[in-house]
Design a protein around this ligand. Structure first.
Ligand code: ATP
Ligand code: ZN
Ligand code: MG
Length: 403
């Protein structure tokens, strides 16, 4: 679909409060979820105004009013929390960062971009993705005796609801739809498609959505399997999860996909256990970054929550320091350095233990935490930092991925 059209119009609004670059970035990213008529919102350099690009056919008053409500909740975010850095690695490779990695991977035939936030890959990209996944799995096994697991890609809406996902990220959910179990409706759908040029979807009232969703966070499907169990000793689980997030028009190469892979580690036990695993996870990330020979930092962070709950939830997250993020420098499409979030290390308190009914010592609801590594972002970051000259890659990695 070609969304560019010369009939786009624009208006500029004063922001209710001057914002810093962090909030400006959030406003721009979340702006794709404000209205089907809004192409994008750009915040001015000085953080004082918002330029709203509107698609043809919009009711301007209504669009303005909706934008004002969106901006009012977004500017409420408090930023400027001190960012603490827990891990910092520096690469030995002295070559420049490679620009245009996504395009080059496609050109070399190592990646196919379907254009809707999904990619296929093979050759060195596949080998690298596998290597990162295997290496992380190995490190987790050695450090935490993590039990290797597997979970489905679809998840029940009731589980997502219990995990609080509809409350925090309602915009990112994907529901699975089916044709209703009706002979005529099915036949109508079959006939319509048997001779059509492109795919025709069933009419709205012939589709039912009965609560299956595509899993939007790697760790969720683990929790229902823990119900009724007691974790006196503390236990770690690890697996490669397939994750789906509706990112709308923000999709962009390996950096922001609709469907991606996450090497997940979940730890369950009492508070001491969970905190000790989180502390030990930091040197593990450091080892992985050193193995890949990449610049990397682990630092305090917050989640990109949906607009209306963002301010409150972010404040809570930042003040409790429950989320750390693995930031790896890469290049944006314009060549400027940007920090890619390549993984997060999270503490959940006893939230999941309570909701799903599993306990630790003394019969108390267990605490949990997780580490999720975004495999495709690590791949993008590694190709950005080492480029396409094989000799720049660390030997142990080069021997595997370019073999
Ligand atoms: P962002 O702020 O970039 O949207 P996030 O805070 O939503 O990231 P998490 O919820 O912490 O990300 O997910 C764990 C990891 O999964 C991220 O650190 C990242 O590496 C990866 N990830 C998240 N969203 C995407 C995406 N759309 N495409 C590819 N990888 C992703
Ligand atoms: Zn998780
Ligand atoms: Mg996100």
């Amino acid at each position: 679909m070609n969304t560019y059209n010369h009939n786009f119009s624009e208006f500029v609004l004063d922001l209710p409060r001057e914002v810093d670059r962090e909030v400006a970035g959030d406003i721009e990213k979340e702006s794709v979820f404000v209205s089907p008529f809004i192409e994008r919102i750009h915040v001015s350099e000085d953080g004082k105004t918002a330029r709203v690009v509107v698609r043809p056919g919009a009711d301007l008053d209504e669009t303005k009013e909706k934008t004002e409500r969106f901006l009012a909740v977004m500017v409420r975010q408090i930023t400027g929390f001190e960012i603490k850095v827990f891990v910092e690695t520096k690469r030995k490779d002295t070559g420049p960062y490679q620009i245009g990695v996504n395009d080059e991977l496609v050109k070399r035939g190592w990646m196919h971009d379907y254009g809707k936030g999904q990619v296929a890959y093979s050759g060195p990209v596949l080998k690298l993705a596998k290597l990162i996944n295997d290496k992380a799995g190995e490190l987790y096994k050695d450090a935490f005796a993590a039990k290797e697991s597997h979970f489905p890609a679809m998840i029940d809406a009731d589980t997502l609801h219990k995990c609080g996902y509809f409350d925090s990220h309602p915009n990112a959910v994907t529901f699975v739809g089916n044709v209703i179990e009706d002979f005529d409706a099915i036949e109508e759908f079959r006939r319509a498609n048997s001779c059509s040029e492109g795919a025709l979807m069933p009419q709205q009232d012939h589709i039912h959505i009965d609560g299956m969703c595509l899993n939007p966070a790697a760790c969720f499907p683990c929790y229902p399997t823990l119900t009724g169990q007691s974790f006196d000793e503390g236990q770690c689980f690890t697996w490669l999860g397939r994750v789906f997030r509706y990112e709308s028009r923000n999709i962009n190469g390996l950096d922001r996909l609709y469907e991606f892979n996450v090497r997940e580690l979940v730890f369950v036990g009492d508070e001491d256990y969970v905190r000790s695993v989180r502390a030990k996870a930091l040197p593990v990330v450091e080892q992985l970054a050193a193995f890949m020979d990449i610049d990397c930092q682990v630092q305090t962070a917050t989640d990109p929550f949906f607009a209306t709950v963002s301010a409150a939830k972010k404040f809570w997250q930042a003040s409790q320091e429950v989320k750390n993020e693995i930031k790896i420098p890469a290049l944006g499409n314009d060549g400027s350095v940007k920090q890619l979030a390549c993984g997060s290390i999270n503490l959940h308190g006893n939230f999941f233990g309570k909701r799903f009914g599993f306990t630790c010592k003394n019969g108390e609801p267990a605490q949990t935490g997780c580490v999720g590594l975004g495999i495709e972002r690590w791949v993008l970051a590694a190709f950005t930092q080492h480029g396409f000259d094989e000799s720049r890659w660390p030997e142990a990695v080069r021997n595997i991925i370019f073999a």
